[in-house]
Design a binder for this molecule. Structure first.
Ligand code: IPD
Ligand code: CA
Ligand code: CA
Ligand code: CA
Length: 277
């Protein structure tokens, strides 16, 4: 069958080559003073000409070699369902807001999924020249050097990361603020990078000990989830259940113990009868 003939080395090399080319485009855009910026669903939801350009470069490049492969991608393939077919999950520019503001935390995120199992994960920050790569069963790497998660077992000794900007949305505000309040109170520090893919990569490299993300999309998480697992870390759903590629609500952590503590803290915060207005 089609799947039996898939050579993962070839897929990986092609993806790496295309992601590098896409990175040149992102870098060019980042350095350009005037970009065309539009709002999608609100003033906090920005998109530039580069988001679509990068996505097209990646999808066209892959399709040339693999005309039968499927895509789930933010700008042009957002409503696809995941099947057992070979599928690329792509966020062309993660952290568009940073990209627009000239904050160098922006990345291209590409995952390759076969029979609903992530085989390849690539997160590339071309501005800071950080290429994070992982293949199932083969470890995770930053610019070719193997990386590993930290040993943190408790929140008390952990740097926690949370996409605080999601609280900008009325329907999500209380939930995110309560969780941030609860977890910040017992962690070593909190960071919010505005780029989910890179935040996950920072867990994989052992800089961030745990990261909780909810209300984003499959393309924000898929590549980074493999990076973390291949770096020895844990990826669960927010309630501690198994991570689901198409339901990207996650607790990621260096260790099992730490992920359990975060899951527990979320539960406690959600039970708070608080409204912040
Ligand atoms: C954004 C990033 C960011 C998160 C935003 C997302 P985008 O994705 O994942 O970390 O805080 O909510 O929209 O739109 O820049 O690809
Ligand atoms: Ca977006
Ligand atoms: Ca994104
Ligand atoms: Ca994006």
């Amino acid at each position: 069958s089609d799947e039996d003939s898939i050579n993962l080395d070839d897929c990986y090399n092609l993806a790496l080559d295309l992601v590098r080319k896409a990175g040149d485009l992102v870098k060019e855009g980042f350095e350009k003073l005037s970009k065309t910026v539009e709002c999608k669903s609100g003033s906090w939801d920005l998109v530039t000409e580069y988001d679509a350009k990068v996505e097209n470069l990646l999808i066209n490049g892959i399709t040339c070699s693999y005309p039968g492969h499927c895509f789930i991608a933010e700008e042009t393939k957002a409503d696809e369902v995941l099947t057992d077919a070979p599928t690329w999950i792509i966020d062309p520019v993660d952290g568009t807001n940073n990209f627009v503001h000239g904050i160098p935390f922006t990345a291209i995120s590409v995952a390759f999924v076969l029979k609903k199992e992530i085989q390849i994960g690539i997160v590339y920050n071309p501005i800071m020249n950080e290429m994070y790569t992982a293949r199932l069963g083969q470890g995770a790497f930053l610019n070719g050097k193997q990386i590993a998660v930290s040993n943190a077992k408790t929140l008390d000794e952990s740097m926690y990361c949370h996409e605080i900007s999601l609280a900008r949305r009325d329907a999500l505000r209380d939930k995110h603020m309560k969780r941030v309040y609860k977890i910040t109170a017992c962690s070593q520090g909190i960071r919010s990078f505005g780029c989910a893919a890179l935040s996950l990569a920072y867990v994989a490299r052992g800089s961030i000990d745990c990261y909780h993300l909810e209300d984003l999309y499959p393309w924000d998480v898929a590549a980074g989830a493999l990076l973390i697992r291949e770096a020895g870390g844990k990826v669960f759903k927010s309630d501690g259940g198994p991570y689901d590629i198409m339901d990207p609500q996650v607790v990621c952590a260096a260790t099992d113990e730490l992920s359990r503590e975060v899951v527990e803290a979320i539960k406690v915060a959600d039970e708070w009868n608080l409204r912040m207005e």
